[in-house]
Design a protein around this ligand. Structure first.
Ligand code: TPS
Length: 506
């Protein structure tokens, strides 16, 4: 049994049913094949009544077809059938074999999913190593008459909130009575800010459809494209900001640390800017008059560095150009804590961007940060949101706190963005170059700094997701090159009016 290198996409999960009421007199393998053509992304073979012999033979046929699409086949409940067929895993219910035993029998590579309807069940399944959860039953459905409870969108959201930490690596789908008329609002209303659904599982909406291929295609389109009611006014304005950066090619003045200068210059170019990397304060007045933005990054702060920063900050404040502060390692040393105080007293920063330790240092916390990397978080989601809101309100600017999820606020509007990829944590300067990206967006959205920050975060983090899942990316080294490519591609696509990448915004 193996996962075969699948990067599982749970967007549209087909669960089969062989009963005449749903399948009619059609052949199940044909129906599955049609739905694969339509675009389903995972298939679970579920048949509660047929003989073991029939189950194995049908599962083998489906597995043969599905392998061409490189998506996983899971078997409902029957580990013996999954083992006999050698498919990618199983889906188990609360009354089936327990998860620990299933894992022991199938091994670490198998995909094991579990049905959950309560917070307790979900937390237990996450603790026991489920790869994904089928949360439901969403709405009562004739397909499953033994359903104990229907939990609706509010119940689903409560489950997601409860596992946002312990289940952050566990994928989730909802199931039960979902079809084309409700799929978009179900996804929107069920997802919590701290954890969203990865997709939707359906039985009858595809298996009972007259044309399963078309039904699957239609459903997939609805899952992939956020509905108008889910797209805030701000999100709709993001492409115009990115496009404007590409059209105006603003100067990106980086007073940044020794470690990331080259990388930051490449990123500035890729997102549409024109980089100038100089830490000499004396030059700043001339440069500040060229309509670009300034990044002050304290990554390798020195005493004369501080004077240079102050000189540049004041020049940009006078010229009206936007300035972003990246207080790198702000909580790590007394020198850096005092540098932050000095800088905040010397001028105005449109955006302050940092990790949790750095934003705490900006707030004035004396908590010790270890090095310049983000340490373990000590704050709950509510505390993070409150921290960014309070610092932004105090400074009358925008504060962006990066992490697995990014919290940002202008003191009134507070948002969480869940894009990005783990590989960003494995390369040097990924936070610094995000600062460069956001600073360029500020030149295109001078009136709404929060919108600029959202545009920068989405451009950067969605490009990172696309880069990380590219076939040619083997690890951190190849990821850096791919990230620069994809930053460039997102800029180019947006300029050409292709906004497909925006559907990944979370
Ligand atoms: C991924 N389950 C809950 S409701 C339902 C099923 C089969 C019927 C939905 O039918 N999660 C996953 N797999 C499962 N087998 C279950 C949960 C259990 P319809 O879409 O026709 O309403």
């Amino acid at each position: 049994m193996s996962r075969g290198g699948y990067n599982v996409d749970y967007s549209l999960y087909l669960v089969t049913d062989s009963t005449p009421a749903i399948l009619g007199d059609r052949d199940l393998v044909n129906v599955v094949e049609a739905s694969l053509r339509g675009g389903v992304t995972v298939v679970q073979y579920r048949d509660k009544t047929s003989s073991t012999e029939h189950l194995i033979s049908t599962a083998r046929q489906i597995h043969q077809v599905i392998q061409q699409y490189r998506i996983p086949l899971l078997i409902n409940d029957r580990l013996d059938v999954a083992l006999a067929v050698g498919c990618e895993g199983v889906h188990i219910g609360q009354d089936d074999l327990d998860l620990l035993t299933a894992r022991r029998l199938l091994g670490d590579d198998a995909i094991i999913g579990m049905t959950v309807s309560t917070i307790d069940e979900a937390q237990k399944a996450c603790a026991e190593g489920a790869n994904y959860l089928g949360i439901g039953t969403m709405f009562s459905t004739p397909t499953k008459v033994d359903t104990k409870t229907t939990i609706g969108t509010a119940g689903t959201r409560k489950v997601l909130e409860a596992i946002s930490d312990s289940g952050k690596d566990v994928r989730t789908v909802c199931i039960g009575g979902i079809n084309a008329t409700n799929i978009q609002r179900v996804l929107f209303q069920s997802s919590a800010p701290s954890k969203s659904l990865d997709g939707v599982a359906v039985v009858s909406a595809i298996v009972a459809a007259k044309d399963p291929e078309k039904a699957a295609g239609d459903l997939l389109k609805l899952v992939k494209n956020p509905p108008c009611f889910a797209t805030t006014q701000l999100l709709q304005s993001v492409p115009a900001i990115i496009k404007k950066v590409g059209a105006t090619v603003p100067l990106s003045h980086n007073m940044t640390n020794l470690v990331v200068q080259n990388f930051a210059a490449s990123v500035a170019l890729a997102v549409g800017g024109s980089p100038i990397m100089t830490n000499y304060g004396e030059e700043a007045q001339d440069i500040s008059e060229l309509g670009g933005s300034l990044v002050i990054n304290m990554g390798t702060v020195t005493p004369d560095g501080l004077q240079n920063y102050a000189q540049a900050l004041q020049a940009y404040n006078l010229a009206g150009g936007p300035v972003l502060l990246d207080p790198v390692g702000g909580g790590a040393t007394i020198v850096r804590r005092s540098a932050i105080k000095t800088l905040l007293s010397m001028g105005y920063f449109d955006v302050i961007k940092g990790n949790e330790g750095e934003i705490k240092a900006v707030f004035g916390s004396m908590e010790q940060q270890k090095g310049v990397d983000s340490g373990p978080s000590t704050l709950s989601d509510i505390e993070k949101a409150t921290l960014v809101r309070d610092v932004a309100a105090r400074e009358r600017n925008v504060v962006v706190m990066t992490g697995a999820r990014d919290f940002l606020s202008d003191g009134t509007r507070t948002f969480v963005i869940s894009n990005g990829h783990g590989l960003l944590g494995k390369i040097t300067g990924s936070g610094c170059v995000l600062g460069t990206t956001i600073s360029l967006m500020l030149t295109a959205s001078r009136d709404d700094k929060l919108l600029a920050a959202i545009a920068g975060l989405l451009h950067y983090e969605i490009a990172a997701e696309i880069a990380a899942t590219r076939k040619d990316v083997q690890g951190p080294g190849t990821f850096v090159a791919a990230l620069i490519d994809e930053l460039y591609n997102v800029q180019k696509a947006t300029t050409q009016g292709n906004l497909q990448w925006m559907s990944g915004a979370k």
